[in-house]
Design a protein around this ligand. Sequence first.
Ligand code: PMP
Length: 383
Amino acid sequence: MKSISLDSKLPTIGKSIFTVMSNLAKTHGAINLSQGFPDFQCDPALTELVGKYIRKGMNQYVQSNGLPVLRERISVMVKELYGADYDPESEITITSGATEALFCAISAVVREGDEVILLEPVYDSYVPVIELNGGRPVFVTLEAPDFKVNWENLKKHINSRTRLIMINTPHNPTGTVLSGEDMLELQKIVRSNKIFIISDEVYEHIIFDRQAHQGVVRYPELAAQSFIISSFGKTFHTTGWKVGYCLAPEVLSREFRKIHQFVTFSTSTPFQYAFAEYMQDSSRITGLGTFYQERRDYFRKAIKGSRFGILPCNGTYFQLLDYSMISEENDLEFAKRITSEHKVASIPLSPFYHNGSKERILRFCFAKEHGTLDKAAGILNKL
Ligand code: PMP
């Protein structure tokens, strides 16, 4: 169709690496360990509940801020797990996935000319939203192989224009986890100035080796200036249902909700009812770390004999593998070649950096059936 031209507001943004690699996997019939979603089904009890609520007629809009009973359940969960009090009425908002919550939170705080500190490798949805709001991303690089935050270095990037720091723990793509000391450092840094925090905690329950998730809600001073974002997609193996939420003090939630109501108004009703009922059994959440730890260990054991270097993985369902013993190609070339020639798709790390990366590291998603992991390992072991 004929069209007039449109000056792009995001001229540098093309297809995301997840789309590129998933399409390539499809074209070549490759095992897809690229995009972060399970290849197994969620609990049938949960799909039953969705069906039940659809049949019961819960098919119209709910309150813009989210179904009250679901907000109530989240409040109870946050209290039980982390000892924090969030008022379901004024401090918890249900969103259409964490992606929408990130959009609303960034839009609520970032103004023209504001600087936002990001830790790279960084999840790909943050920068475009910062830029749409006229903000400027400022990158602090996490160094391989442990990708720990150097807080002294981060402090050097703070100035009078710094409006927001974004963190993500457990971290996609590296699988690192912020410690209690990290959170106290961050708290010290932002205490004396009005810098907001957005904490992307969508993998909060996928944390391994008996570590406790050090979420922002455990640190009341930090929580006072933070938006905390999570997602039922990761927690209940339902990424396609797109239900997430944001915790924030009332004053911050008020601004967040002004934007949320004009992005989606409300999130899908039957799914909210289903999650609210399903969450009554708290073991469905607390067992998740053990569930994925088993997959992590299974995958790591299966590729032990390969020439890949296996990096630490403390949380998330991603395993980083260093291929420098196998090839000198850059990560995008190598990832594309093993997809087309050897039929295993992964995600290169360089698109998570604003200037690319020279590391020879790929990200593999192990939220897959054992059979899928076996097949992928069989191939990776031969490279
Ligand atoms: N943040 C991170 C770090 C993620 O990995 C993802 C999903 N890949 C999201 C946010 C988005 O979550 P949702 O699917 O709930 O929008």
